[in-house]
Design a protein around this ligand. Sequence first.
Ligand SMILES: [Zn+2]
Ligand SMILES: [Zn+2]
Length: 339
Amino acid sequence: MKIYAFNEAGAPASEAEIETPRPTGHEVLVRITRSGVCHTDVHIQKGEIAPAFPCVAGHEMAGEVVAVGDAVTSARPGDVRVVFPWIGCRACAECRAGQEQRCPAPQTLGVRRNGGYADHVLVPHEEYLVDIEGLNLTWAATLACSGLTAYRAVNKAVRGDLDDEIVVIGTGGVGLMGIAVLRALGYRRFTAVDVDDDKLATARELGATRVVNSAKGDARAEILELTGGGATAVVDFVGTSQTAELGYQVLAKNGSLVIVGLFGGELRIPLQQMPLKNLTVSGSLVGSLGDLAEMVALAKSGRLPHVPIIEKPLGAAAVNEALDGLAQGRVPGRIVLTA
Ligand SMILES: [Zn+2]
Ligand SMILES: [Zn+2]
């Protein structure tokens, strides 16, 4: 089988041939037909996340089961599935509680184990496959990371009142998925914030009630006015000092800021406000296998708007081109590689 691997930190993906693994026990071999490109892969390529090289990145995988181990009962060749990549050790308390993405010893596909920039992926257990029957394959692949991440972060930030004021900062691939999730869940008042008018136009098409270009004028004052004094939930899909600070500044009393983006920086906040306004600031990293099943069900319900996706044929050149585009912030929506 072919892999498109980073051989060292900072190196572009290069094609290599390795022996196709044979699944044993509960393992399943999936032929990759869709492989989404995530901004996290830019950090993996730079050597900021992956513990070792060579690394076959790519964690938004959809495809067809082609072989199963002798203990597999819930999957068979021909099944079309999305792969849950956020696998843990399967033994610790988090894993046993179904929160493998929080495992202190992660085995993530596309980070610690070979992922989706390849012909095939060896999935360690059949239970990491979710049925995507009836869904557009390309869109379904993006549910494994951008969809899952947005779903968990939005659900962490909101408190269930559909008339609450919600602010989404950042309208790249994951931020747009956050807007799609809010729309699907029935929220009526959410504001999208970005520095790019084209991305904001897409956010509006997906259902954002209002948009704010934070590069123009006083974004803080504008958001406070639009939200009638502040938001109960802010999800920061960028994660810079500026975006997190803006998010904190526009929180209403009892508000919650959830930071998702990995851009990096520091957050300096006036501490007295935290207890006096009863504020919460937290981070959110991807989601659980249960969250992915819920997200797929939401997609199957027909209520989840489609985020724009660009398709390119799977190969080393496309991986590198996509990662360069993401690193430079010039990708509208999501890129999915097809095979
Ligand atoms: Zn990702
Ligand atoms: Zn674990």
